[in-house]
Design a protein around this ligand. Structure first.
Ligand SMILES: CC1=C(CCC(=O)O)c2cc3nc(cc4[nH]c(cc5[nH]c(cc1n2)c(C)c5CCC(=O)O)c(CCC(=O)O)c4C)C(CCC(=O)O)=C3C
Ligand SMILES: [Fe+2]
Length: 372
């Protein structure tokens, strides 16, 4: 019997991301795509539009995804993994539907999807699955047979994601003046989401009080804080805080906000803070505006030394970790017994297939690559 290629049954990988504007004329249509039917107040949209205009209307996210795409292709080539990698987005070109059509036309029959969100939540998981279902439906309506689509498990606790962030925090600490280094607190940050979305994130049995979204972030924060303690011999206080809140003010979102947190800890005598954006995989607009611009301005106003640690971006350890996850899933689909499922922390490896009812939408919609 001929030997199966290591990624079998998969014949392609799809990098699926958020997308961002690439010039001033793209900003408003991009924001309209993002917020279609999501009830974001007009004022918030105008404010967010200004963040993009400050950077010439260009979000850094597309360049970062091109870099990740190139790094994945190079890593696959270097390790002899013959698996083509495609890229598509939810909100901007290259649009997911166009990419999936191209994949079908290239003869891809069974694909694995890697989303640029490491954690469970409606925005970071099910909404992408809904986008996949939409794209599949569009292809069928065009008379094109879409590939069968799976989605890679959440990788928040995979060493390939966590280890570069540990190093990032250690590097950030070195950037602080020595006199405040040992006393520095670590503020792990992630995207705020409505508390109702957090409470229902992840599998149904884990629903309630922050759900999988908060539990997964706390697990990652605990791992990183522990590794940093071991490496520096200093036990620094840390907490999980939030950023980039949108939505109507009367709807509760996860708190505290990073800026309020900086004020609080400064008031309580903290000498310095490391902001560690564990909720994001690259330095996109949420990171460069909400942290590097807004939160740093707040810190400056307070006279509080603040540094920001790196996101994983296209770090070779992250890229290698993603390859391991692809191979792990391929083995699982081939029914190879005893395949290792690498995970750090207390939660263990995440499920391959989203169970019914996880990360529900406010209004139920068809979703691909899961149980419901
Ligand atoms: C959990 C989460 C992630 C992390 C996981 C992941 O990475 O997927 C994430 C990522 C991102 N969010 C992004 C941009 C935006 N998100 C918005 C709005 C919202 N995000 C939400 C959640 C998340 N968002 C939510 C609950 C809303 C409210 C509206 C809704 O329920 O959908 C809006 C509308 C304006 C505003 O209200 O801010 C914009 C412009 C960009 C691109 C950045 C760039 O261009 O560099 C990225 C990577
Ligand atoms: Fe967002």
């Amino acid at each position: 019997m001929p030997e199966l290629p290591p990624a079998a049954p998969y014949d392609a990988l799809l990098l699926l991301s958020f997308g961002g504007p690439e010039g001033p004329d793209d900003v408003v249509p991009f924001l309209e795509n993002v917020t279609k039917g999501r009830g974001i107040p007009r004022e918030r949209l105008e404010e967010v539009g200004q963040h993009y205009f400050l950077y010439g209307g260009v979000s850094p996210i597309n360049a970062q995804n091109r870099e990740l795409l190139a790094a994945l292709r190079k890593d696959f080539a270097d390790t002899g993994l013959d698996l083509p990698v495609y890229w598509g987005n939810r909100n901007w070109a290259p649009y997911l539907t166009d990419t999936l059509r191209e994949m079908a036309q290239d003869g891809r029959k069974r694909i694995l999807t890697l989303v640029t969100s490491a954690y469970a939540s409606y925005s970071g998981c099910r909404q992408y699955r809904e986008n996949l279902a939409d794209a599949i439906e569009t292809l069928r309506a065009e008379g094109i047979e879409p590939p069968r689509v799976d989605k890679l498990r959440h990788y928040f606790n995979h060493p390939g994601f966590v280890e570069p962030m540990v190093e990032g925090v250690l590097t950030a600490l070195q950037e602080l003046p020595e006199s405040v280094r040992d006393g520095a607190r670590i503020a792990f940050t992630t995207h705020s989401i409505p508390t109702s979305a957090a409470d229902t994130s992840g599998p149904v049995e884990g629903h309630g009080d922050g759900g999988a979204y908060v539990a997964q972030h706390l697990d990652v924060a605990r791992i990183i804080a522990g590794r940093v303690r071991e490496a520096t011999g200093v036990d620094r206080p840390w907490e999980l805080v939030y950023q980039s809140r949108s939505g109507a003010p009367h709807i509760p979102w996860l708190e505290p906000d990073i800026c309020d947190h900086l004020e609080d800890v400064h008031g309580a005598g903290a000498p310095a803070v490391v902001m560690a954006p564990i909720g994001f995989v690259s330095d996109h607009m949420e990171v460069v505006y909400d942290l590097d611009t807004e939160a740093k301005a707040k810190a400056e106003e307070l006279g509080l030394p603040v540094v920001r640690s790196a996101t994983v971006g296209a770090d070779p350890r992250f890229v290698a970790g993603l390859r391991e996850l692809v191979l792990e899933r391929a083995e699982a689909e081939r029914g190879v017994p005893g395949a290792e499922r690498c995970a750090l922390g207390a939660l263990g490896p995440s499920h391959d297939l989203c169970p019914a009812g996880c990360c529900p939408a406010r209004t139920p919609k068809p979703a691909a690559a899961g149980t419901d």
